[in-house]
Design a protein around this ligand. Structure first.
Ligand code: DQA
Length: 142
């Protein structure tokens, strides 16, 4: 099974960025964690990060016919992007939403997720573990 893992804006600054919320490990550590999780689950991952909404939309569109599922942390675009929602609906690949922090326990504007409306499941507040849970979900359910 081939899974596209997409990370949105500012996740490249993990470690530096609000460590009390997002932890002290950097983005390279997150990638390494995802790769190790994929190895354990016998699936293939392509991990990408962009600060640009349109790039994320392009990658979702290009996933059609090439990947069996998508794990996405749209970061701030979670709460604003109808374009990412529409792209996920367009390709209709099994998708899982992941957030490092518990968005529901934070500011009210983080409680709404557009991307989540096109996802089979959401993992939030589990830190890096949420990515492993997302991969496990996609490999077991689909
Ligand atoms: C986030 C939560 C979002 O609200 C925030 O804008 C992010 C990261 C998370 O992983 O907890 O950038 O998606």
């Amino acid at each position: 099974m081939k899974i596209l893992v997409l990370n949105g804006p500012n996740l490249n600054l993990l470690g530096l960025r609000e460590p009390a919320i997002y932890g002290t490990q950097n983005y390279a550590a997150l990638e390494a964690f995802i790769r190790q999780s994929a190895d354990e689950l016998n699936c293939e991952v392509d991990i990408r990060q962009s600060n640009h909404e349109g790039v994320l939309v392009d990658w979702i569109q290009e996933a059609y016919g090439k990947f069996d599922g998508i794990v996405i942390n749209p970061a701030a675009y979670t709460h604003t992007s109808v374009a990412i929602l529409d792209a996920l609906k367009a390709v209709a690949l099994p998708a899982v939403e992941v957030h490092l922090s518990d968005v529901d326990a934070r500011e009210p504007f983080r409680h709404l997720s557009y991307a989540g409306m096109a996802c089979q499941k959401t993992f939030k507040g589990l830190g890096f573990e949420g990515y492993r849970a997302s991969l496990r979900y996609l490999t077991s359910v689909n």
